[in-house]
Design a protein around this ligand. Structure first.
Ligand code: GRF
Length: 204
């Protein structure tokens, strides 16, 4: 399956997908990396590995989210993209793009959904005193950080953790689960059934 990874920043999750996809037996190839920010560090990392990159700068569309998404969608179609993986892509999507890619667009969120949707998840997890935290890969639906859950990874919250130390622990688990989740989706082994995903052949 030909996959586009959408980023806005450093792209460490993107790199974990690119690394996994380098294995010949992996069922997906990263055919395109798109950023909405021209200065995203992940763009150079991908280009250095010979992966095609593109920028669709939301500021060029002056607040017209649908026009931005039409441009993005056109780029994905022109490149024969079959699956989209959001990896630190910091734009809320409208129902247009979500419907266009229903069951073919996945996201990683740095919390155990449905807890801690939105931003600053590590700080909020510490404020709530949870003892387990983690990351979730899910299909994208119209609601932010919602949609059928494909895979989760948990880490302990340790005494003395700061948002930074906890975030680094969660990031480690993100880099493990995102390639596995994309593998399941690309293999057709993660299927959406109503609000849930049923998986076969998952070792996670
Ligand atoms: C990750 O924590 C991801 O879960 C969140 O944004 C961050 C992106 O980091 N959605 P990176 O760009 O993949 O390094």
């Amino acid at each position: 399956k030909k996959v586009a990874v959408l980023i806005s920043g450093r792209g460490s999750n993107m790199m974990s997908l690119i690394s996994a996809a380098m294995s010949p037996s992996y069922p997906a190839e990263i055919g395109l990396v798109v950023s909405n920010k021209p200065d995203a560090a992940g763009l150079t990392k991908a280009a250095d590995l010979g992966i095609k990159t593109a920028v669709v700068d939301h500021r060029d569309y002056k607040g017209d989210r649908e026009a931005f998404e039409h441009a993005l969608n056109g780029l994905l179609k022109d490149n024969a993209i079959e699956l989209v993986a959001l990896a630190g892509f910091m734009r809320l999507l409208t129902p247009f793009l979500v419907n266009e890619w229903r069951d073919r667009m996945i996201n990683i969120h740095p919390a155990l959904l449905p807890s801690f949707k939105g931003l600053n998840t590590h700080e909020r997890a510490l404020d709530e005193g949870v003892k387990l935290h983690g990351a979730t890969v899910h299909f994208v639906s119209a609601e932010m950080d919602d949609g059928p859950i494909i895979m989760q990874g948990a880490v302990p919250v340790l005494e003395g953790d700061t948002p930074e130390t906890l975030g680094a622990r969660v990031l480690g688990v993100e880099h493990q689960i995102y390639p596995k989740a994309l593998e399941l989706v690309a293999n057709g082994k993660a299927k959406v059934k109503g609000q849930k995903v049923s998986t076969t052949g998952s070792d996670a």
